[in-house]
Unconditional design. Sequence first.
Length: 60
Amino acid sequence: MRLWEYVDKKVRLVLEDGTSITGKAVDWFDGYDLDGADEIVIGDHSYPENIIKEIKIITT
């Protein structure tokens, strides 16, 4: 996934466990420097791309 394309947009994430998160993507992190998985930040939580089943832009 190219998570940087979602920054500053309102998105809906569906995680592998079925959890749905909606909010503004405020940042993303390159997993190469961290633990291997890129992460998207919504609010004050980050979500690694390996647990994201689906991501959709709601508004730009």
